[in-house]
Design a binder for this molecule. Structure first.
Ligand SMILES: Cc1ncc(COP(=O)(O)O)c(C=O)c1O
Length: 503
């Protein structure tokens, strides 16, 4: 892979020289625990302190090197410190860092590039609203839809995650996000997402059950839904467990919206910018939303989010309709322009589609030997491996997915869970990951599976009991103690470049 496509990973990863967390990581984790809020979550899943990161790898302060299949939760679709993004950031840092909403060269370059990348009829027919985070973009989109329609009411889906800001948390479906929020309520109605593995509204009919239910909500005066301005949907459920809906879902949803004068908002915060092997998740079905929200990879790691909406949606928005001091930060916009260019050039997206399909085949082959894998699904580099402790009942096995996360961590591979029960391990590596790191990650995955299931999987009735996540990791303890370590020693791989510098 050429530098322009984002090479530069530590090619000797995974390299475990001090079983994590190593001594220096423990010290920094303890310092963090002393001063930061208890609410910090990720350092419990991956208890290391980071020294540096390159491409698809992270080095901790003890010299361990991890293959990064988390990518900042899809923020780093082009990996850590892609050379072209670094160059754009350095150049912009010598010009201007913060300019409120005043036009800059960087801002206009970004707008032009983005316009050329938008899906379907939004291309050359969109207005852009800058925001800062994913949740911020979603709130703005819903506010915009309600303003355009002059009515309230949003339909969202079970399993949906749209953020936890005051306004966004009511659109997110998980109970766990509502219990601690004072902002829940308002006119949000949730509809079962069409999940082929766990169907709620009809198993064999594609999206028909979901659409019939939506029709009922808007047509039946006694449905309890008084007014609807928009439907908000993730093309593939992200935090909800990487659920790929049936092919007819988005086209049917588009038709439903058109029939009833309802706006379609696509939340592409996780699916957008190449993650699924196309620039946008909606492009797999040829659907154009009225409003499209993007975040995460659009700033390449610098906070930036964007709402693109049909230019004819509203004649005029009141000045200061939605505010935020940091919207459209010049550093983020300079990086964002390069993100879009790199994604558009070359064959990165096609390669992602192709490599993602091959990867799913590999996970499925492991599923043939390991009945704890109930389902493998996804598109491009958005791949979910669902764990069940009984394939017939499909009972979700969150503890097994979390044990896998820990076993992979011990082997130097970072992979995170998703799903209502944390039962899905999700692959979201940078699209630029080198083939050899992909291969080594897969070997570690199989090794971790075997350490938990045994080489030929677990026969029914002989399930391995593993501890669930330790609630509240303590610096003096490992992440999930007592889990089997790697069956092969982990160290530099023959043929690896053995680089140690951080150039
Ligand atoms: C689909 C989706 N929408 C919205 C959000 C919220 O984004 P943020 O965490 O930047 O507010 C996320 C975050 O993971 C997401 O996955």
């Amino acid at each position: 892979m050429s530098d322009a496509e984002g090479s530069g990973s530590y090619l000797d990863a995974p390299r475990i020289v001090h079983p994590p967390p190593g001594p220096r990581s423990r010290e920094l984790l303890a310092d963090q625990a002393r001063w930061e809020t208890d609410a910090v979550a990720y350092s419990h899943y991956f208890p290391i302190a980071v020294r540096s990161a390159r491409g698809s790898t992270i080095e901790d302060v003890d010299g361990n090197r991890f293959i990064d299949w988390v990518a900042g939760i899809s923020v780093l679709n082009l990996g850590h410190r892609h050379p072209r993004l670094t160059a754009a950031l350095e150049t912009q840092s010598r010009e201007v860092w913060h300019a409120l909403e005043l036009p800059t060269e960087a801002r206009v370059r970004f707008l032009k590039e983005l316009e050329a990348c938008l899906p379907g009829t939004l291309r050359n027919n969109a207005r852009i609203f800058f925001t800062v985070t994913g949740g911020d973009a979603i709130e703005t989109a819903v506010q915009l839809a309600d303003f355009a329609q002059q009515r309230h009411g949003t339909l969202t889906f079970s399993g949906a995650y749209h953020g936890v800001h005051g306004g966004a948390v009511r659109l997110t479906s998980g109970r766990r996000y509502h219990t601690d929020s004072p902002f829940v309520g308002g006119s949000v109605v949730r509809v079962p997402f069409p999940d082929p593995y766990r169907p709620v509204l009809g198993a064999d009919e594609g999206a028909a059950g979901t659409i019939a239910y939506l029709e009922h909500l808007v047509n039946d005066p006694a449905s309890g839904v008084d007014s609807v301005s928009a439907v908000l949907v993730e093309p593939i459920l992200g935090e909800g467990g990487y659920v790929v809906p049936p092919d007819d879902f988005l086209p049917s949803l588009r038709e439903f919206c058109d029939r009833h004068g309802i706006l379609l908002i696509a939340d592409e915060v996780q699916t957008g910018l190449g993650r699924t092997g196309r620039m946008w998740g909606v492009e797999h079905s040829g659907v154009t939303p009225d409003i499209l929200c993007m975040a995460k990879t659009i700033g390449g790691g610098i906070p930036l989010s964007v709402v693109a909406y049909r230019a004819d949606l509203v004649k005029e928005l009141p000045r200061g309709f939605h505010l935020g001091t940091y919207r459209g930060n010049p550093l983020a916009l300079a990086v964002g322009t390069e993100v879009l260019k790199v994604l558009r050039e070359g064959d990165l997206l096609a390669r992602t589609a192709h490599r993602g399909a091959a990867l799913m085949d590999r996970f499925r082959a492991m599923g043939e030997r390991h009945p704890s894998i109930g389902d493998v699904r996804g598109k491009g580099f958005m791949v979910g491996v669902e764990f069940v402790n009984d394939r017939t009942t499909r009972r979700p096995w969150g503890d097994r997915a979390k044990a896998m996360r820990s076993a992979l961590f011990a082997r130097g591979v970072l992979m995170h869970t998703a799903g209502a029960w944390d039962q899905v391990l999700r692959f979201m590596a940078p699209l630029t990951i080198e083939d050899e790191l992909l291969e080594r990650g897969l070997l570690a995955f199989e090794d971790a599976l075997e350490s938990l299931d045994g080489p030929a999987g677990v026969p029914a009735g002989h399930r391995v009991k593993v501890p669930s996540s330790v609630p509240g990791w303590h610096p003096s303890a490992g992440p999930e103690l007592g889990l089997p370590g790697p069956s092969h020693p982990i160290g530099p791989h023959p043929g690896a470049d053995g680089e140690t510098d951080d150039a």
